[in-house]
Design a protein around this ligand. Structure first.
Ligand SMILES: *Cc1c(COP(=O)(O)O)cnc(C)c1O
Length: 393
């Protein structure tokens, strides 16, 4: 670890094996994983179908560059277009930030070549998170991310909430970029009617709606896209986290198919055989899981456990939030949240932090009831330990 840059404060544990939502460290301790690698390992650890697909592909061709046709890339693009309901095309890259960069470039070029004056401004929301590159950091509406690294690119402005967006729009505005459920910001879903009104308003104004589904996409909220759940059709949707089941991949789906021309944008690795083959298999697995009703059933089960724990400890929790398997327990104070995440780790259940006061849950979508039971039992033990300590005070 001495040779790594100090960009993460890590738990001192080394996992060496995983099976669905269960992990083992090198001392054979067993953990329940309610994080799925921050919403990435959507079909669970050690998934046989996914690993077979990856191995088969790796034995043949891993990478050939975008100078030649790539069959699984074309196939995954068709799947994404058909399932998203966005009548258009797909660009593949390697991460969420890159997908959002691509979306910004599409919007900026669209604003440059359409209309009398050049439009370039992008409105995002306070408390949003859009990535770690210089411009996606600037798009992220949290001042703490803008302390260093400047000067940032111009042309970003932040609205307080969905209703405030119209106040920020002027004749230079080309796009609005939002998450439908803010993830890193604390698992905050927006109101469906507000979102639908916004989509309609933007359409009338010929302002693009970019929905960042890097976290919410690929069945995380119970539907293929959160946009499906909210019943909107954005101009651009970005994807990454859950799409490759752990293989790095990002994607941009857009109806604006004639904006980018050869030479405008690219990615060496983007859409290679390995990552797109993984994406196809992940979606196949999750489609079956969704259509069988199993996803819905496990979401309801997880929800009941979450609600139960919030009710049992009203002195710690305000409420539960989120949709599908993108959920949170909101604590009264950030100190309680930090304590719970730490104690949960000691009890061998992995949970995440988000925002100021959210204990966040992003389990594999294929998590079993047994794993959920075990995870919540351990979470309760962790909470009892904190409660015990509070009683002593
Ligand atoms: C994680 C995340 C990103 C950044 O994705 P990376 O793959 O880390 O670049 C962007 N937007 C949202 C909503 C995210 O949750």
């Amino acid at each position: 670890m001495n040779y790594l840059l100090n960009t993460y404060s890590r738990f001192d544990v080394e996992f060496i094996r995983g099976e669905n939502a269960t992990l083992w460290d090198k001392n054979r301790n067993e953990y329940i994983d309610f994080t799925s690698g921050i919403g990435v390992v959507s079909v669970g650890h050690g998934n046989i179908r996914l690993s077979n697909a990856i191995c088969d592909q790796a034995r043949n061709i891993i990478h050939i560059s975008n100078l030649y046709r790539i069959q699984p890339q074309e196939e995954l693009a068709e799947i994404l277009v058909k399932k998203s309901g966005i009548d258009g095309g797909v660009f593949f890259c390697n991460s969420g930030a890159e997908a959002n960069e691509t979306a910004l470039k599409i919007a900026r070029k669209y604003g440059e070549v359409n209309g009398e004056i050049k439009r370039y401004k992008v409105i995002t929301l306070e408390n949003s998170f859009h990535g770690r590159t210089i411009s996606t950091l600037k798009a992220t509406g949290q001042p703490k991310f803008h302390t260093y690294f400047g000067p940032f690119p111009d042309g970003f402005d932040y609205a307080k909430d969905i209703k405030d967006i119209s106040n920020k729009i002027d004749d230079k505005t080309i796009a609005v970029m939002i998450e439908l459920i803010q993830g890193e910001g604390g698992v905050n879903p927006f109101d469906k009617e507000d979102i639908q009104n916004l989509a309609k308003f933007l359409k009338e104004k010929d302002i693009l709606l970019i929905v960042d589904e890097v976290q919410t996409g690929i069945y995380r909220t119970g539907e293929f896209l959160a946009s499906n759940l909210y019943e909107i059709t954005p101009d651009i949707v970005t994807l990454a986290k859950g799409l490759g089941g752990g293989v790095p991949i990002g994607a941009v789906i857009t109806s604006l198919t004639d904006v980018l021309k050869p030479g405008d944008h690219g990615s060496t690795f983007g859409g290679n055989y390995l990552s797109t083959r993984a994406g196809i298999e992940v979606i196949k697995i999750l489609d079956e899981y969704y259509e069988s009703g199993m996803l819905k059933e496990i979401i309801n089960y997880f929800d009941s456990k979450l609600v139960e724990i919030a009710k049992e400890f009203p002195n710690l929790f305000d409420n539960v939030s989120g949709f599908g398997l993108m959920r949170a327990l909101k604590t009264h104070k950030s100190e309680i949240r930090d304590e719970i995440v730490k104690k949960a780790f000691e009890e061998k259940v992995l949970v995440l932090k988000a925002g100021n006061n959210a204990v966040r849950f992003l389990p594999p979508l294929t998590i079993t009831k047994e794993e959920i039971n075990e995870g919540f039992d351990r979470l309760k033990s962790a909470i009892f330990k904190i409660e015990g300590k509070q009683c002593e005070n």
